[in-house]
Design a binder for this molecule. Structure first.
Ligand SMILES: C[S@@+](CC[C@H](N)C(=O)[O-])C[C@H]1O[C@@H](n2cnc3c(N)ncnc32)[C@H](O)[C@@H]1O
Length: 212
């Protein structure tokens, strides 16, 4: 599998008008990505700006230095995360759809790295790049359309690779991830329903125990 890993120079001066234009311009790309990969993308619209703000304002992200985003899509959630993350942080995005990877790579920010691969290969990716254990893993990957084996494998690799005390954040239309994640993490630390999104979904946060 062809892998790409790129760093970009910083640009934190985007105005909200630029952000709105960007959102409009990525809609055809997102829709195309959905039509070509319906099972992976599972939604014909990117997350709403309201969801992006709710996600990026979570406490666990405010001081995080090493963050992974699984399934960034066209990069709108990525931009929201970068707006909140500290200047010294690093954000590694892992995405399977080639066209989406190209879009995320357009974001010019030196904290961002983009990898074209499956989230299921998280352990191998971290090992290959000597990446430190992430303090937060944010996932938009739709668990409900994965096979039970893949779902289980993804939760397990997320749990095993998170730093002790780290947080797993996901936003989902269905709660199928919950029963599985509880087996590893215990009860969620935070749950909130986001109605201002099409379709409405839930943000769920688990924290890994701080004990090694
Ligand atoms: C519901 S979309 C979310 C996109 C974006 N984060 C947003 O909120 O608008 C799910 C994303 O997960 C990606 N995805 C699905 N399976 C994946 C996998 N195994 N590894 C990495 N990304 C995956 C899809 O290609 C898509 O970009």
């Amino acid at each position: 599998m062809k892998l790409t890993l790129e760093k970009f120079s910083m640009d934190i001066s985007r105005s909200s008008t630029e952000a709105d234009c960007s959102r409009l311009s990525i809609l055809p790309c997102f829709l195309r990505g959905f039509l070509e990969n319906p099972l992976q993308v599972a939604s014909f619209l990117p997350s709403s700006s309201y969801l992006q703000r709710k996600l990026s304002s979570l406490d666990c992200l405010q001081a995080a230095q090493v963050v992974i985003e699984l399934g960034p899509g066209t990069g709108e959630t990525t931009r929201a995360l970068l707006n909140e993350l500290p200047q010294q942080s690093i954000l590694l995005c892992i995405e399977v759809v080639h066209e989406f990877v190209n879009q995320v790579q357009q974001i010019t920010d030196s904290r961002l790295m983009v990898e074209m691969d499956s989230a299921l290969n998280l352990r191998e990716i971290l090992t290959r790049y000597h990446f430190p254990s992430p303090e937060v893993i944010v996932s938009g990957v739709p668990f409900s359309v994965m096979s039970p084996e893949e779902r289980h494998s993804l939760i397990k690799t997320i749990y095993n690779n998170l730093a002790p005390g780290g947080s797993f954040v996901t936003y989902q239309f269905r709660s199928s991830v919950c029963d599985l994640a509880v087996e590893y993490f215990g009860q969620p630390k935070h749950r909130s329903v986001v109605l201002w999104n099409l379709p409405p979904l839930e943000i769920i946060v688990w924290q890994k125990t701080a004990k090694p």
